[in-house]
Structures are given as C-alpha cells and as structure tokens.
Design a protein around this ligand. Structure first.
Ligand SMILES: O=C(O)c1ccccc1NCC(=O)[C@H](O)[C@H](O)COP(=O)(O)O
Length: 219
C-alpha cells in the first residue's frame, strides 16, 4: 500500500508538486463523469503516466463500473500499477477484473454520519478476507467519489483497533488541516485525497499538496 496518494492529477506540474511534497502515489481517474477524468486513449495521458513512472510514483487507476476488457487494455498499455475499483463492483466482478500481478484496491463507500464497528466490518471485512487492499471513503452518491465529505473517524478507529495487520487506507474529506487528526484517530496506514488539495475545485494546488504531505507525515 502507498502512504499518501494524491488523486485526480491531470498535469505534469501536478506530478512535480506530488514528488516535491513527498507523496508516493497518484490517482489517474478513468471515470468519464468525473471532473478529474483522463481519456485513457489520449497520447497526453500516456505521456503523463510515463512521466509519473519516471518519477518513481505509484500509479493507481480509478475506475467506476468499468468493463474488465477496458481495464485490461489500460493495464496492458502500462498506464497504471494498481487498479482501484470505486463503483458498485461485487467480489465476483473483482475476480473477473483482477489482472495478475497487479494488486487491486477496493474503495469501500461508507455512509457519512455516525457509523458503528459492525456496519464498517460488514462492508469492509469480506474484501479484506478475500485478500484485497481497501480504501475507506465517504459515499459520494451518484458522483461515486471525490465528494470532499469526511467519515466518522472515531468509529473507524475502533474498527481498526482489532485489525492492525490489515492493508487499508483512509479517504474522504481529508485536508491539510485535518489529515493529522484523521490519522491519529483512525490509525490509518495510508491516506488519499482529491478535493482537499484543489483550488479551485478540479485544479490541484502545489501549495495544498505540500501542506497535506507535511501534515500527513507517517514518520
Ligand atoms: O475524484 C473523483 O472525481 C472520483 C470520482 C469517482 C470515483 C472516484 C473518485 N475519486 C477517487 C478517490 O480516490 C478520491 O481521492 C476519494 O474519493 C476522496 O476524495 P475527496 O473526498 O475529494 O478527497
């Protein structure tokens, strides 16, 4: 698992900012309805992805209910190092999509508002038990992700107390001014952010990326 993923980068200058700030992963968004969408067939997307690879960044492809065939095409083109499923995919879908040896990350969209450990466990544990890495995110409704809404960190902290060995990350409404508290409260091993490092929405800010990474220091 990465430590800090900056999701929805679209420009080489974003990648420069990510690398300078010390994050180790980027998200390339292949969901056509997202404001952060990248066309996988565009030469500029391959160029961007190869640039990130040269900088040593882990490239995570974000997909929403995408076909296994399309995901495989993107993997084969060396656009990504890891697949993140962020839609309504079932465990059976994930099995069909899994592209060995590429690790697969399942975004688990939890309701915003108060959570309980049994509710979190019911959503997350089947994916963990099946061997997938998981990213806990706020349910963005029809947008699926990138909504800037945060989760109930206290309950997630209680859930993770008994699961210290689990490969998981936290997303949802993280920002430079709250990510340290989020890590402390939840014991997250990895964090992921899209809108919290943008100004205006949809445009990454080098200053916010730097502040986020400083605050999210895992040392
Ligand atoms: O970012 C998007 O636009 C997006 C759209 C559809 C599915 C997933 C999407 N983003 C995936 C991510 O990993 C985001 O970083 C995550 O949802 C957190 O977003 P935010 O709350 O804005 O930090």
């Amino acid at each position: 698992m990465f430590h800090v993923k900056i999701c929805g980068v679209r420009l080489k200058s974003d990648i420069d900012a990510v690398r300078r700030a010390g994050a180790d992963a980027i998200g390339l968004n292949f969901y056509p309805k997202s404001i952060r969408y990248l066309d996988p067939s565009a030469p500029s997307t391959l160029d961007l992805s190869q640039y990130a690879k040269q900088q040593g960044l882990h490239r995570v492809g974000v997909f929403v209910n995408e076909s296994a065939a399309n995901i495989r095409t993107i993997v084969t083109a060396d656009l990504i190092d890891r697949v993140q499923l962020h839609g309504d995919e079932s465990l059976a879908d994930a099995t069909a999509i899994a592209v060995s040896p590429l690790p697969l990350l399942r975004a688990i969209k939890l309701p915003v508002g108060a959570l309980t450990v049994p509710v979190i466990a019911a959503a997350v544990d089947p994916w963990v038990d099946a061997g997938y890495g998981v990213l806990l995110d706020a349910d963005g409704g029809s947008a699926h992700g990138g909504s800037g809404q945060r989760l109930d960190w206290s309950s997630i902290g209680r859930w993770s107390n008994d699961r210290r060995q689990v490969d998981w990350g936290l997303a949802g409404g993280l920002r430079p001014d709250n990510v340290a508290e989020a890590i402390r409260t939840t014991h997250a091993k990895a964090v992921d952010v899209a809108s919290g490092v943008e100004s205006p929405r949809g445009q990454k800010s080098a200053r916010l990326i730097e502040q986020f990474c400083l605050a999210a220091s895992f040392s």
